[in-house]
Design a protein around this ligand. Sequence first.
Ligand code: TXA
Ligand code: MG
Length: 342
Amino acid sequence: METKRWKITNETSEAQAAISEAASLLKKGETIAFPTETVYGLGADATNPEAVNKIFAAKGRPQDNPLIAHVATKEQLLRLVYNVPDYAAQLMDAFSPGPLTYVLKTSGVCADNVTAGQETIGVRMPSHPVAQALLKACDIPIAAPSANLSGKPSPTTAVHVWEDLQGKIAGVVDGGPTGFGVESTVLDCTQEIPVILRPGGVTKEQLTQIIGMVVTDPGLANSSEKPKAPGMKYRHYAPEVPLLLVYGTPKDVQATIDKAQAEGKKVGALVSDQTAAEITAFETIRLGKNLPEVAAHLYDGLRKFKTREVDVIVSEAFPEDGIGQAVMNRLRKAASKHIHMS
Ligand code: TXA
Ligand code: MG
């Protein structure tokens, strides 16, 4: 299949023509990748099971992993769900549009393969102007997982989408790099107290500020319990080469690099700007000077190290506050080995 590519820089008539072409392909049951404020999504008509199947096929995604339905407005969102608790309504006022996904009882408007046959559905209103324009132009709920091959890091640029899905999807709307760089927070709103199933763009601290009590799915910690979001049980975000995650100081990171180099390995380091100034490796990727910058550059960093260029990646562990929770959740999944220094 030939994959179309549209570049959107600002609100020109050319951009509008691209959006309407992409929207009409979506309405015809085709798959289109588009930018959101978190990562690029691979969209299809959520009410059309054949269209939704094309998402699973293009990504190689397991059928038991449900998809998030995307809409432009709160009215559209409320048509997809029922039993919305007060706290969810308060969160919608505070964070939607934005990087928060609500898991609620499905009204049955979306196809069964969107929800993987479950009674609940994840719904979200992205804030990215291109996503908003596209959703408004097609006026149907759009099922959209991250637009990567299953198992790989999520795409934060149209080039990442192209690398993974070119030839397998109908088109990519290129709206430049995404903002947050990690996916939306997935929040189970079917319980009396909401449960974070996946940490993401809206932090636990932000949720707590609005509604008080929020808990985190115990299955997300390295415990024996199974995570409640089906997708969280799979290995994810895997770079091409093994990744060692070092819990310690920059000196500990350097010690891990030195040990691998002594074994004859070429080491790629994935670190903050501050740590980069204190270490030496074969190649160093600087992710930024604070946690939001690290989140924005993480997936690009994981994708940059290629086989034959380096043999192993050494990454530092980041503080787990704010968006650091999402960063560390993804890094733990990307890691093949965890190294705890005293
Ligand atoms: O930021 C995002 O959320 C991006 C952009 C494109 O919107 N989308 C995204 O979708 O990350 P995906 O499919 O890559 O991840 C969705 C996660 C998976 O872990 C899935 O298992 C979980 O949300 N999920 C979806 N529906 C669910 C449901 N009904 N109950 C529990 N978990 C659900
Ligand atoms: Mg994904």
